[in-house]
Design a binder for this molecule. Structure first.
Ligand code: KIV
Length: 278
């Protein structure tokens, strides 16, 4: 009960800021991150006490009906991030830069990140890749833009990776991942997401970095966890093996919709208390 009171008490809670990444790691406090794509859900996650809200490009395949993350545009990401930012008081809002908006050069990354920060109010951006985008990360962080890295399965490169599969399975790939993580840290990244890598690989990266690792499908030996909210809440009947459904929100919404349809059709809704007589 005390834990619950602490996490929902809003009067003393401060916004999660960039310094809190390193502080949490030093204190051994696990970070909680969830995706959010709109203000309605962002407010619920923020008030529940999540540290970081990620406006993920996974909005593409989870909400917008695209097949994967590649088609989502910077314009669409800005709209989603703006909605999340308006509803969020305490969590840090990190927005993904979408495929095609940053890879070509540090300048391209700066232009997209600056636009995201100006037009949405996000407090950090996330970009995918290691050493090959270290110069981009350096320019962003030197320009005052906090950056979260993303290694392992990087869905924007899924066609190069041959699908959504576990990464860094052999020693050479694990070593490359560790070097990429160090390159991001050296360039100024404040945290690194590790997606779909073996637990021992994530554990080693977590050990060698001073910035926190945030895992998704990377086991427990990381500094925090992130899940796509629709997976976490059980919005769909299917979710990836590494995700746990902590609720059955999709079923609850379906039940409510069925009840509404039944009551409208049977004439029991609206009842007298829902009806104006004068
Ligand atoms: O877009 C997203 O949801 C992500 C998470 C999988 C980390 O990048």
């Amino acid at each position: 009960m005390i834990g619950h009171e602490v996490t929902t008490q809003t009067s003393t809670r401060k916004r999660f800021r960039v310094q809190d990444f390193a502080r949490s790691k030093a204190e051994g406090r696990k970070l909680t991150m969830l995706t959010a794509y709109d203000g309605l859900t962002a407010k619920i996650f923020d008030e529940a006490g999540v540290d970081i809200l990620l406006v993920g490009d996974s909005v593409a395949d989870n909400l917008l009906g695209y097949e994967n993350t590649l088609p989502v545009t910077l314009d669409e990401m800005v709209v989603a991030a703006r909605s999340v930012c308006r509803a969020t008081k305490y969590a840090m809002v990190v927005a993904d830069l979408p495929f095609g908006s940053y890879e070509a050069s540090p300048q391209a990354a700066f232009d997209s990140a600056a636009r995201m920060m100006k037009q949405s109010g996000a407090q950090a951006v996330k970009i995918e890749g290691g050493d090959r985008i270290a110069a981009h990360v350096r320019l962003l962080t030197q320009s005052g833009i906090p950056v979260v890295g993303h290694l392992g399965l990087t869905p924007q490169s899924e066609h190069m990776l041959g699908g959504k599969r576990v990464q860094a399975r052999d020693d050479a790939a694990a070593e490359q991942l560790a070097q990429d993580a160090l390159a991001l840290q050296e360039a100024g990244a404040c945290a690194v997401v590790l997606e779909m890598v073996p637990e021992h690989v994530a554990a080693r990266v977590t050990e060698i970095l001073t910035i926190p690792t945030i895992g998704i499908g990377a086991g427990t030996e990381v500094d925090g966890q992130v899940l796509v909210w629709t997976d976490m809440a059980g919005m769909t009947s299917w979710s990836p093996r590494f995700a746990k459904q902590f609720g059955q929100v999709g079923q609850a919404l379906s039940d409510a919709t069925h009840a509404y349809i039944d009551e409208v059709r049977s004439g029991t809704f609206p009842a007298p208390e829902h009806t104006f007589t004068t």
